[in-house]
Design a protein around this ligand. Sequence first.
Ligand code: S3P
Length: 429
Amino acid sequence: MRLEGPARGVLGRIRVPSDKSVSHRAVILGALARGKTRIRKWLVSGDTLATLDIMRSLGTKVEREGEDLIVEGRDFEFDEPGNVLDAKNSGTTARILMGVLSTQRFFSVITGDGSLRKRPMGRVTEPLRRMGAKLDGREGGTRLPVAVRGGRLRGVDHFNEKSSAQVKSALLIAGLRAEGRTSVTEPFRSRDHTERMLRAFGVEVEEARTEKGFRVSVEGGGTLRGTEVLCPADPSSASFFVALCLLSGGELTLEEVLVNPTRDGFFRKVKEMGAEVRYENLREVSGEPVADVYVRYSGRLRGVGVTPEEVPGLIDEIPVLAVLMALAEGTSEVKGAGELRFKESDRIRAVVENLRSMGAKVEEFEDGFVVEGVEKLRGSLIRTYSDHRIAMAFTVAGLVAEGETVIDDPDCVRVSYPGFFEDLRKVIL
Ligand code: S3P
């Protein structure tokens, strides 16, 4: 795809597609529940369809009713799948499903595409084995495909060193069918959608601060009761529009955006950089805080730092934040973000390489990077590594750069945001 910059600004209101994390969880928890769950505004995308297909392969009936999805809950009683389960590009699907499958006595195998088969799985297979499930896979069970035979589980007290919400969610779900209590402690708080949604399904989740970090616990034997879930707009998808507005001019309102404090780190960070960003009409929807996010061009941004504690709250927004940093005044730095190397691509490498090709001054570290802001970026050939967030972040960069930018694999955006390019056209002046 070819982009001709620089764009003359943006104007309007837009409701970006629904949150990916919430949409995955709504289908999974709906299937685990007793009774029906109605899901409103479910995200239709590559990743979430991978989850839906797998839940169907396990015998879950899911139907469309107008715009809604109706999931017929199985109350933790699934069917043995007739074939290998394919999580495609979705880490959330693979990891959370391993927790679900560990509660089932049957045999199943979960795999994914070339990118997902390279990503680390030991962080979830290891604690699930300690709970009593049998998991095996490539490289000692640390890489997909992974075979699972679940059964009688016992609760664990796990230290979630990487503060991964996927690991936490898998263990909490398995913990609901384990004997005793399951606790997950993380050094920095990761997104808490599973905890909030479990409560909406009638399950008690206990939270506590300890000297090691933040702990969440569930008791074994809990039942989920089917409910209604409305999926709000995805703050990660919204961040590309906020960035484009802050770099090209104009004003935008992003409607019905999830502003959960474990997810809104990007909006808070750009405010720290001097941007005008406001939450309007703040309300609660299905247990999650939601707002219309107003953003207005407010001149050149200031360089800023991101500390390790702040990383989980904006992990998926770091590629687009890096584009803002590259054009900000002064030096910016991201530290403690080594997890970015294990996402859909090595996002530190991909960000540094693409920013450099556009004329930015960036230094790469194992767990982050330092950027010296420049006045202008110049168009170049962007290598996405088939990573949706790299494609969208550098589309924004290409739209504000001088000259032509070519995105090598624009189609990879379908993983989280199939209509991204059409939506951009709606707001660009
Ligand atoms: C997600 C958790 C995060 C995030 C991913 C979605 C989730 O990953 O980067 O895009 O839905 O739980 P980790 O759990 O590996 O930190």
